[in-house]
Structures are given as C-alpha cells and as structure tokens.
Ligand binder design. Structure first.
Ligand SMILES: Cc1ncc(COP(=O)(O)O)c(C=O)c1O
Length: 398
C-alpha cells in the first residue's frame, strides 16, 4: 500500500549532479520563434546548427537495405566491425591517424562520444581546459562528470584561438584535459597546423590529454588546411582522443552517429560507459554510415560549396553594417558577430531582434561570450539576405 499522504504532491529530489547545469538558454528563443511562426509571422531562423540539406540518397538506401535484410538486432557496444574498419581507414587515409578498429567507439552522435570519453576520464575535481567561445555542451559534460571546466577567454584580435601561453597559465596540478574544436562552433575559426603544433608541445610537456573535436572537418572554405592534432607526432597521438561524426558532413543529424578514436584503454573505458547506457547505436543506421564513408563524396562537396557561398554573403553582409564587427570564419556554418557596440547584452539583443524584426539567432552567452550572437547559415540564401537587411534596420534603430 502507499505510505505517503493521499493526494499530496510527491517529494521529488533531483540529483545534486544537476546543480548548476544550465538548461539550454536557446530554448526560450526557439519556443518564441515557433510561437511566432504558428501565428503566421515570417520568421528568419538562424538558430539551428544542422545542414538544411537532406541525407544523400545512397546513404539512406544502404540503411533501408540493412533494415530489410534484418539488421534489426543488438550489435556490439563499440559499433559493428565493418563500420569501425571503415572509420579506421578514413582516419588513416584522410587524417594521417593510425588507429586499430578496436581503438574506435561508434556512439550516438559526436555528442555522446564526447560524453562517454569525458565520463571515462574525469574524476571529481579534475580540471578541463575549454577555450571560450566554446560549444555549449563541453562545460556541462565536464560538470556532469563532477569535473571543473576551466574557461580560458580568447580574443577577437587572436581570432578566438587559445595561445600556448594562455594554455600554460591555465594548467594546475588538477588539469587533465584540453578540449579543442577546429573548425569551431560558434566562431567557425580554424587552427593552423603551426598553431596546433605549438599547443601540442604544451600538452605533451605537461602530460595532459586533448580531445580534438573535428566534426566540421569537411566544411572548410579558406586557405587553412584541416589538420588533426593527433597526426603531428607520436607523442601527441598518444595523448589525443579524436572525435568526429556524420551529422554535419553528410547531413545526418537525425541519425545520431558519431565516433571517438584514441588510446585503447580510454576507448575500452568509454565502451564500459556506453555498455550501461546506450548499448549500441541503431544497428541498421550503422550501415548507412559505412555507405557515407565509402560511397560517392560528391554530395559533401556540393554542400561545402553551398556553405562557402553563404559564408561569403553573410560575412560581407554582417560586416557592412556600421557598429558590427565579425571574425571571418574559416569553416563550419556559423558567424559570430560582435554586438558590443550596441550596448545590449546578447540575451536582450536576441530577444528584441526576434520580437521586433522576427529574426532568430542564438545569444553568445550560451557559448561563453555575452558580446556576440551566433547566426547559423545552414539555411537558404533568401533567408540570409532578408536576415542581413533586418539586422541592418534593427542595429540602425538602437
Ligand atoms: C562542435 C560540435 N561538436 C559536436 C557536435 C555534436 O554533433 P552530433 O552529436 O550531431 O554528432 C556539435 C553539434 O552541434 C558541434 O557543434
């Protein structure tokens, strides 16, 4: 029988590990944008971090064929052998990284791969260095693992990149890990091979580990070649966990497929985490991922070129507005202009921009900078052009 008082509210106590974990600040903006759209308002959406293209046909067909031939059962925790072999081949031929298939974990998106690795590595009180602006989930994952995110502010003057001196200064005896993303979300900037080498030297000398988030690797538009930090030499390779996935390059966000590759003992530990949470990524979906890696890459190039054209239009448009400055992105599909001159904080700016001009952007505060806003240009050119004109009008009025 029940022991509580009938009709009384249950005494729900949430886990302390969630204290201070920020729910997504962007949700309020997204909800408001949805509400305006439902009322028939013409909202320009720049919030979503996903390609507006559909998954290429041959990838879908491979998953459908797998489904039809009965690939509908549990699979091995770390991913099916054929996919891990295909990933190992890709990392070797494209990135110069020699991982055995056993050193690869396939997970539910790069997000879950990161989460598993952080859970496998971080003890309470361990410090993880995260350059700001950062992808908003890094600090929260570290907190969920009872670690301490150590945020290092970067400057626009240095194109939002952490310097070796800044890294040195942030290191304490509790530092375990550095998280780097190149190209970056939200800034789109990339580290040059020389900059990576200088950071790698510090990581090796101070015996840290580095997570290299390379999810935007294939979306690059400029002169900087993408380089995997782990490919620089054996010492940094032994300290690197390379994370990548299928969401951005192959327009497969809803498939939830990503991976981590690294030292065997780290991947083995991440597999323990996954074995008690996910078990394995949807079995038939993994066959789609094999087709993505081994099939025709022309769709990737078509999408890259479309993003490159949009990057030019949005960057030129935004920077033509008096009072708005912006670091030119090298890759990904974001611009991160400074709104400092408007005197508004990023939340107020984003809310008013949505209410008054019907443009949805993400406040920079979510990414660790209250002086910026993020536009995703994974949307059509008409929306981009309309959004720029609305920004021009809005800023002129402030
Ligand atoms: C920098 C970065 N890393 C990882 C992810 C996660 O991607 P997914 O879990 O879809 O593979 C994202 C998605 O927005 C991202 O921007």
């Amino acid at each position: 029988m029940t022991s509580g008082v009938r009709g009384a509210a249950p005494r729900i106590q949430l886990a302390e590990r969630l204290n201070g974990i920020a729910p997504s600040m962007t949700l309020a903006i997204t909800a408001k944008a949805r509400q305006l759209r439902a009322q028939g308002v013409d909202v320009c959406g720049f919030g979503s971090g996903e390609p507006d293209f559909d998954t290429p046909e041959h990838i879908k067909k491979a998953a459908i064929a797998a489904l039809e031939r009965g690939e509908t059962k549990y699979a091995s925790v770390a991913g099916i052998d054929a996919l891990r072999a295909a990933i190992a081949k890709k990392l070797e031929s494209e990135n110069g990284l020699s991982y055995k298939p056993s050193q690869i974990q396939v997970s539910g998106g790069a997000k879950q791969a990161l989460y598993n690795v952080i859970m496998a590595l971080i003890n309470p009180g361990d410090e993880v260095i995260i350059p700001a602006p950062y992808w908003l989930s890094y600090p929260e994952m570290v907190r969920l693992a009872s670690g301490i995110p150590v945020i290092v502010e970067t400057s626009e003057a240095n194109r939002f990149k952490i310097t070796p001196a800044q890294l040195e200064r942030a290191i304490t005896p509790r530092t375990r890990l550095l998280i780097l993303a190149s190209p970056s979300n939200p800034t789109g900037v990339m580290y040059t091979p020389e900059e990576l080498a200088a950071l790698a030297r510090v990581v090796v000398e101070r015996d840290l580990l580095v997570i290299s988030d390379e999810i935007y690797e294939k979306l690059t538009y400029g002169e900087i070649p993408h380089r995997s930090i782990g490919s620089l030499d054996e010492e940094i390779f032994a300290r690197t966990i390379t994370v990548n996935g299928f969401s951005k390059a192959y327009a497969m966000t809803g498939w939830r497929l990503g991976y981590a590759a690294g030292p065997q003992e780290i991947i083995d530990a991440a597999n323990v985490v996954q074995s008690h949470s996910l078990s394995n990524v949807t079995t038939f979906a993994q066959y789609g991922a094999i087709a993505a890696l081994e099939g025709d890459q022309s769709a990737v190039e078509m999408m890259r070129q479309a993003f490159a054209r949009r990057r030019d239009v949005i960057y030129d448009g935004v920077t033509s507005i008096p009072g708005i400055t912006c670091v030119r992105p090298d890759g990904a599909f974001y611009v991160f202009p400074s709104i400092e001159a408007t005197g508004l904080d990023s939340m107020t700016f984003s809310q008013r921009f949505l209410e008054e001009e019907h443009v949805a952007v993400v406040p920079g505060l979510s990414f660790g900078s209250d002086k910026h806003i993020r536009f995703s240009y994974a949307t059509d050119m008409t929306t981009i052009e309309k959004g720029i004109e609305r920004l021009r009008r809005f800023v002129a009025r402030l």
